[in-house]
Unconditional design. Structure first.
Length: 175
């Protein structure tokens, strides 16, 4: 019985092989979870199982990812005979053109300096994100006209305002 068991392990070990992976990536809009990954598997022997991990504890067993935020995702694909292939994929952020200070954008960010809430005045609905002076995103906001900075340390912050024409960045000092 031991010889047969060993022979089965050797047989499976000789014939397993990893699949080849290719991915087509759609970057996410800034501050949105609308990115996608279309995974293609070649080689190996189906059916395949998929194990994805990603930002903020993200997990999935789907072949493709839809409505995901930007970040690094890792997929492990296992074929019918335990062949394994792993790929790391980065879903980026779509580029927005930056609208220079002084261009006619009809955007006001006030009061500046502030002690807590910053108001965003615009003729159109806006999405915004706030970054620290070190470049770390500290707040991401959906469509709204104010951002509460009261939970942040005093200092210089950059309010990124996403418009249909591009990105507007305003400096704000939190006291």
């Amino acid at each position: 019985m031991k010889k047969i068991f060993l022979l089965i392990i050797l047989f499976c070990g000789v014939w397993t092989f990893a699949a080849d992976l290719e991915a087509s990536i759609t970057d996410a809009d800034p501050g949105e979870a609308n990115g996608a990954v279309d995974l293609s598997v070649t080689g190996g022997v189906g059916p395949y199982t998929y194990s994805w991990t990603g930002p903020d504890g993200f997990i999935s067993s789907d072949e493709d990812l839809i409505d995901v935020e930007s970040g690094i995702y890792t997929v492990t694909v296992t074929d019918q005979y335990c062949g394994v292939a792993t790929m790391e994929i980065e879903v980026g952020v779509q580029n927005f053109s930056t609208i220079a200070e002084g261009q006619n954008t009809d955007i006001s960010v006030y009061p500046n300096p502030t002690r807590s809430i910053v108001f965003i005045q615009s003729d159109e609905p806006v999405k915004s994100a706030v970054y620290s002076s070190s470049g770390q995103e500290v707040i991401s906001a959906d469509i709204r006209n104010s951002v509460d900075l009261s939970g942040q340390a005093p200092g210089l912050y950059f309010v990124h305002i996403f418009l249909s024409e591009g990105l507007v960045v305003r400096k704000v000092t939190l006291q």
